[in-house]
Design a protein around this ligand. Structure first.
Ligand code: ZN
Ligand code: ZN
Length: 311
């Protein structure tokens, strides 16, 4: 009874958009699966209020990381998640707000008594990038291996490159599938779906409206979708000499609130989580994001904040 009442209370909060101000309220320790929002910003520029969009799916003791922009390791620490619990890192595409710290996660996890091995998944050129990073970190790896008796970095860090839609991983705890989204000019850009025993989660990646994201997200419990707000963007880019070109590019590769609501409605998801905000600075209020999507999706909508936990 108490649990039911709590859920109703949270649903009421969510309907009013107030959940955005109440991080961690939705923690669900009894299920053993939770989604921790590590960052919510879109774009390469560091922001004062948000880290780059990234998520930790915590399944029992294991952690599956979705994207790894700058600062993701620090955000794991702030969320109380040991980096040595990360077993798989999935990179949706190779824009820096999604992969700048992919190599750093491997290096820092390796230096923190990890459960081995750690696997990094990503589209091309994931393998070449990690080989280059391995070279970059050679001094630290060799020093710590000799000086601190660390395990063999190369044996404990795997790279799995993918360039097709379909099943990526089924380890008995989580089933991960990917579908190509629409993020021109990047062809190798993907949305990801995670099925756990309890719940299903879909991450749109960076995309404009994409039928294949709708298909991937069919019936999911939680859809985390990127979003951009054109009125605020227009104000920001008005002074740029290439404003109209920039606007066209953004419209072709990212999603408006109407498109985000349409994807959630067509897919029939339970909860829509808005994240990867463009613009990502503090200029757009939570209520504005919520009100922009509300006419297009009647289910629960959550405006994500860094370090928020969802069941
Ligand atoms: Zn992005
Ligand atoms: Zn991108």
């Amino acid at each position: 009874m108490i649990r039911l009442a709590r859920r109703e209370f949270l649903a009421t909060l969510a309907a009013g958009g107030l959940l955005a101000c109440a991080p961690n309220l939705l923690g669900s320790p009894e299920s053993g699966v939770r989604l921790v929002v590590l960052g919510t910003a879109g774009g390469p520029t560091p922001k004062p209020n948000r880290f780059p969009a990234a998520y930790a799916l915590v399944v029992g003791e294991d952690v599956y990381l979705i994207d790894a922009g700058n600062g993701v390791a620090q955000q794991l620490a702030r969320a109380g998640i040991g980096i040595n619990r990360v077993r798989h890192v999935f990179i949706s595409h190779h824009h820096s707000d999604h992969d700048a710290d992919a190599g750093a996660v491997a290096l820092l996890a390796w230096a923190t008594n990890p459960k081995l091995p750690l696997t990094l998944w990503g589209p091309p050129p994931m393998r070449a990038q990690m080989a280059a990073y391995r070279d970059y970190a050679r001094f630290d790896i060799e020093t710590r291996t000799a000086d601190e008796g660390r395990p063999d970095f190369d044996a404990s860090t795997r790279v799995m490159e993918f360039n097709e839609e379909g099943l990526l991983l089924d380890d008995g705890k989580v089933r991960v599938r990917c579908a190509r989204n629409l993020h021109p000019p990047i062809h190798e850009s993907y949305a990801l779906r995670f099925e756990t025993q309890d719940r299903s989660y879909v991450f749109s990646g960076d995309t404009t409206y994409s039928p294949s994201v709708v298909t991937l997200a069919k019936g999911a419990d939680v859809l985390v979708h990127e979003i951009m707000y054109l009125p605020a963007l227009d104000a920001l880019i008005a002074s740029e000499p290439n404003a109209s070109t920039l606007r066209e590019h953004l419209l072709a590769s990212h999603s408006t609130p109407e498109q985000v609501g349409r994807v959630a409605t067509e897919a029939g998801v339970g909860t829509l989580v808005l994240s990867h905000f463009v613009p990502g600075g503090p200029v757009v209020a939570d209520e504005t994001w919520l009100e922009a999507v509300r006419p297009h999706f009647s289910g629960r909508i959550i405006v994500a904040h860094d370090l928020m936990t969802l069941p």
